[in-house]
Design a protein. Sequence first.
Length: 248
Amino acid sequence: MASKNKFSIHGDDIYITRPEWDKLCYATYREDYYDEITRVTWTKNNNHIKSSKLGYLHRYIIEKWYPDVDIDKLYKNGWIIEHMDNNGFNCRISNLEFLPKRYNTAKGQTVDIDRKRLMTKIALSMYKDFSTGCYQITIFFNSKVEEYITGRQIQTLKLLYKPNTDYKMVIHEAEEILFDFENNKAIDMKKLRFDDYKIGYSTLIKVNPEEKNRPIIERNGELYINLSVPGSGIVSLGFDTGWTPRNK
């Protein structure tokens, strides 16, 4: 029987849709399992999707990428498969990690709520780059933030954590960043435990009168976000694949 879903490949992602779904499902593309995924029908189950044959998609994906991990044993010992962005439809391997259930519950009451609440000012995301084993926290500032030393306006900040870093510590770092930003309108980098970082600065352009209400402005083929327009900005910033800490 043919699947009731529609599937398409976009870069490293598989997009999975159904007409009755209100959002898109993502999974990491790999040739060895694409045919198997597309032969079955995926249905919505609360905030996750599953098939009667393959089970939950997030478990299916993580078992393909971590074949030596005994998932049933982890579940029995109180662990779960965590969606870093709290979106059960995002089953990319970079969004999946193992976490004790009690920490997942605590994250849901702190980081996940604050991240969503503050998104119009600071869009924070967490990832794990499977190719390096490194975690990354990425931030896009949807509000004005200046670097303390130079006074230049910061647009993006990416923090890198070396392999074997405890994911619980990364969650704590995200919580510290959100708390610091909300209360001090700044981020105290000295308090954080990252192993490398990248800063991206804002590009200031003169906005013409006819462009002042446009959320996106084009200049010489380049697109710029007009943050002066209410509701403009982004909700997440991607990670840098293959990035590892610089030798110190």
